[in-house]
Design a protein around this ligand. Structure first.
Ligand SMILES: [Fe+2]
Length: 208
């Protein structure tokens, strides 16, 4: 079975999808649902959030670098054993834009996971760069980087090719090299209870 991003929006309600493991190297996304979403949301709301100066030179707003209970187990149920490189929570409010709207996550393993811990519109979008046709950038591809580096925040230069919609407890796994963004770019809410709250993890599956 080939998993596409558009079919990934049709997630159902079990813990993990057995199809995810063999497809992870070739498909752009896998989706799972965690069973303890409300408890995990409460754990996140009690975390200590900081504006985090990351190794890439960016400052990421309202991040909590903590272990997310059960997240590695949920990821491993979906894709098999992983080497976990980092995890935590992120909280963003209305009007706050990402550091780079459309981007890839390089340098933190081959895959990322996002678990939505709030309800709201949109979710995570995947993009194709119109001028080059690229839907991903792999480490070391400086030629492509030069062609896309000025376009991160200009949605008109990109075609949206997938959207995994936000739902409390829904988890999404994708290859870090894929061009992606939160969608819409601006978050929502104005306090921890009403804001856009996610758990995030960066990892490399061991079977690769
Ligand atoms: Fe990202």
């Amino acid at each position: 079975m080939t998993m596409t991003l558009e079919t990934a929006t049709a997630a159902t309600d079990c813990v993990a999808k057995p199809w995810a493991a063999p497809e992870i190297g070739a498909s752009p996304a896998a989706v799972f649902d965690i069973p303890n979403a409300s408890a995990l949301r409460q754990h996140a709301l009690q975390a200590h959030f900081i504006d985090w100066p990351a190794p890439d030179g960016e400052v990421y707003k309202r991040v909590a670098l903590v272990e997310v209970p059960g997240l590695q187990q949920a990821i491993e149920a979906a894709v098999g054993p992983v080497d976990m490189l980092g995890m935590g929570y992120r909280l963003n409010y209305g009007g706050e834009l990402p550091n780079h709207a459309i981007h890839s996550d390089m340098g933190w393993g081959t895959h990322a996971a996002v678990v939505y811990l709030s309800e709201g519109t949109g979710g995570t979008a995947f993009w194709r760069h119109r001028a080059t046709g690229a839907n991903r950038i792999d480490p070391g591809d400086t030629a492509l980087f030069e062609l896309v580096k000025d376009d991160w925040n200009d949605a008109g230069r990109w075609e949206r090719i997938g959207l995994v919609e936000m739902k409390l407890g829904r988890g999404l796994i994708y290859e870090s090299a894929l061009f992606h963004s939160r969608w819409p770019f601006a978050a929502f809410g104005d306090n921890p209870e009403s804001g856009r709250l996610i758990a995030v993890a960066f990892f490399t599956p061991r079977q690769q």
